[in-house]
Design a protein around this ligand. Structure first.
Ligand code: NAI
Length: 274
């Protein structure tokens, strides 16, 4: 522990259970001295384990559907109130696709579902930032992060409309990065993470193969949830105050690879053979 976030106030969206990226990130930022509030949908609060996390971290849980401006306004107002000041960092760790859940392939997507995917998984990022900005709830130098996947740039079979949502999410990060940088010296970045076994991740058909393939392709292996939490701490801290408007690949090198000896070997001998 380095006290990198001492005195900082943050909002963490998207912790469902102990497998969630947001869960581990919430634990890590508190270890580094931050005070936080947690938010998720009323349903996730009822059926997930976020209450456990709230108790452990002494963090207030504020329900919100991240597509509702009214709910988000409440999250920011309450957070400023209970944390005793303006917000220094925000994590958007939210994603959902009904097309993926219903196994509708890309050529057959249902357009109501498609709108929902974009609204929940990408436009909510815009809405969160707009709400905090309009309320004047961000401190100067605020650092805002969302989580993405390399399917925003390259096609991964079965990643479906979530790939389009991730491309939009990364673009929204650049868009807001420009405005928050000018107005508040604020930073907005999107971390593109290795496949990670969570509820949302494992919901993508073929997840195990994505996971094994990128593990064998990446010289450092997949970045896990603890690596991600450490990386997010640095991005919320003052040590990275000129990093903004980026898609930051946190993937053990996967995004720069073409072929590795381990993948070649796996094609010959099988992926499960160690
Ligand atoms: P998760 O299932 O633990 O988290 C997803 C969260 O989104 C849940 O807490 C869920 O309640 C929340 N959510 C869904 N609809 C919502 C709504 N309308 N309003 C507010 N919250 C809502 O899974 P994970 O993997 O931790 O997902 C977090 C983020 O990381 C997502 O954006 C995901 O796409 C991204 N990601 C995941 C990877 C993986 O392999 N697991 C890889 C790269 C990025």
């Amino acid at each position: 522990m380095y006290n990198l976030l001492k005195g900082k106030r943050g909002i963490i969206f998207g912790a469902l259970d102990e497998k969630s990226m947001a869960w581990r990130i919430a634990e890590r930022v508190v270890e580094e001295g931050a005070q936080i509030t947690l938010s998720n949908t009323a349903m996730a609060i009822r059926f997930g384990k976020i209450n456990e996390l709230g108790e452990k971290l002494n963090a207030e849980i504020i329900p919100a559907d991240a597509t509702s401006l009214e709910d988000l306004e409440n999250v920011f107002k309450k957070s400023v109130e209970v944390l005793g000041g303006k917000i220094d960092f925000v994590l958007h760790s939210i994603g959902m696709s009904m097309n993926i859940r219903k196994k509708l392939e890309y050529p057959e997507v249902n357009y109501d579902f498609y709108h929902k995917t974009l609204d929940i998984s990408a436009i909510s990022f815009h809405k969160i930032i707009q709400t905090g900005y309009k309320l004047g709830a961000f401190n100067e130098g605020v650092s805002i992060l969302a989580l993405s996947y390399i399917a925003a740039q390259r096609i991964f079979d079965k990643y479906n409309d979530m790939a389009d949502a991730k491309a939009l999410l990364e673009s929204i990060g650049r868009g807001w990065g420009y405005y928050l940088g000018r107005e508040l010296k604020g930073r907005v970045n999107v971390v593109s993470q290795s496949p990670t076994p969570t509820t949302a991740g494992s919901g993508v058909e073929g997840f195990d193969f994505f996971y094994k393939y990128s593990e064998k392709m990446s010289p450092l292996g997949n970045a896990d949830i603890n690596d991600l939490a450490d990386y997010c701490v640095t991005l919320f801290s003052d040590l990275t105050r000129k990093v903004t408007m980026q898609t930051l690949y946190h993937d053990g090198g996967f995004s720069s690879m073409g072929m590795s000896i381990d993948v070649m070997d796996a094609f010959v001998n099988g992926f499960d053979k160690e």
